[in-house]
Design a protein around this ligand. Sequence first.
Ligand code: FAD
Length: 389
Amino acid sequence: MTLFAPLPRQENLVKLAEQLAGDVLRPRADEVDRTAEFPRANFDELAKAGLFGMRIPAKWGGLGADVQTAVMVIERLARACASTAMCFKMHSEATEPIWRLANPEQVEAFVKPIAAGKLLVTSAISEAGTGSHTWVMQSHATRNGDKYDLTEVHKGWVTSSGHADLYFTPVLHDKGAGTGNYTAFVIEKAATQWTIDAPWNGLGMRANASSPMTFKGSVKASRNRLGDECAWQTRVFPAFMPFSMITFAAVFLGIAEGACEEAMAHVTGRKYGDTGSPLAKLDGIQRYLGEMRLSIDRTRAFVMAVARQMDDEGAADPRHLIQCVCAADETALEVARAAMNIGGGKSYAGANSLGRYLRDAQAGSVMAPTDDVVKLRVGRLMLGLPQFG
Ligand SMILES: Cc1cc2nc3c(=O)[nH]c(=O)nc-3n(C[C@H](O)[C@H](O)[C@H](O)COP(=O)(O)OP(=O)(O)OC[C@H]3O[C@@H](n4cnc5c(N)ncnc54)[C@H](O)[C@@H]3O)c2cc1C
């Protein structure tokens, strides 16, 4: 019996994710990394399997998964292909506030079609100017009767840019209205003018299409605004942030586990010509593997404890949520670096996928909340100081 095994009610979805990861994502992972092509075919399969509506309640056609199951699903996908898992994580995190806050019109226009696998969603939050300080946004929309004009909406890194149908986008509600005065919109690709402002050429997560985008035109108040005007801080962010954080942790935990699996395959398969003995027979290598396992299990215990608290109590401490992200991406980087060490020159030269795991893991420390900002915020909390600014 393993500590981290899915419960009976979680088993079907986790098995489905494992099957999709093994049969669909893994065989294509190196190729989509090499070509940096958005993995559309993977998303067709995820949609067909019902996963676009993973958390959406059954009454709207979704699977109604709890947080722990969602974490396990995303983690299993990330073991195979981090690019796909990150795009799916962005879909899932952006869908979360939409189904939670949708008005009746938005349930019909967005929630039900997402659950039916017809709409891919993403988050367009970060901006080039304010970067990792995502609590400050400069893009703005101006109220114009029952519409809002998107006069200057520039988002810096939009995962699935151009491929997603809906963009969960907070902006300043009016220029000069003051920092923090944000309103969130669901921007529809089909009903808005948009451009991709630069190609994506990431070190890792290469198939993510995380390009800068500009949105123009206008959106409708009743159809596209999520929650009330200027409700980002009070209603939208609380519906978005916890699930966003825990699923970031899921992706990086999956990268760590995937790198460990790849390293295991390498050390058992690589045999010395003179002795015929595998790398795995060397005690130094065995110790490396033990360290990887300890590191992953330690982080998994933390992440799953926070996910369980979200399910059982409906909320988790925001400090634990951001710490989870940092713990998981540090574990991913640590494990991927160790895996590259024991993978030797063969792995460095591309004999297996370990280089991909290392490059994908590196994204964690620079994606908001970045490791630096998490540590700074936690330290300030410990000292009773304001977290931001
Ligand atoms: C693969 C990938 C996908 C992404 N996808 C999305 C997406 O879908 N949607 C979205 O909204 N955004 C996305 N982002 C953007 C991401 O969340 C960050 O906003 C972005 O990476 C910040 O980059 P920057 O160069 O502006 O960082 P900067 O703000 O310039 O920071 C540079 C470095 O300085 C550090 N730093 C900043 N402040 C401090 C401080 N006070 N003390 C110490 N160090 C500090 C940071 O930790 C960072 O390491 C994505 C990014 C990547 C890499």
